[in-house]
Design a protein. Structure first.
Length: 80
């Protein structure tokens, strides 16, 4: 068994984490300056962010499991 699909999946989670860290810092700066209107737009963007993350976690996990179902990862190498 290869660890490459698992590594790719965890790398994607790392990209989500880095993006969240980056955007959260920008959001804190905007909130600190007081030039924003808090309210529904921040809530909407938060819900979209959580939705995208859940879709990645569910379908990315499904993709990772299906990668192991391919012939290159079966015992005995590639089958014709």
């Amino acid at each position: 068994m290869s660890f490459i699909p698992v590594f790719e999946y965890l790398l994607g989670i790392g990209v989500f984490g880095f993006t969240y860290w980056l955007l959260n810092g920008i959001l804190d700066t905007i909130v600190d300056t007081g030039i924003h209107e808090s309210g529904t737009i921040f809530d909407l963007l938060f819900y979209v962010w959580v939705g995208v993350l859940l879709v990645y976690l569910i379908f990315g996990g499904w993709w990772m499991i299906r990668r192991y179902d391919e012939s290159q990862y079966r015992q005995g190498g590639k089958q014709l």
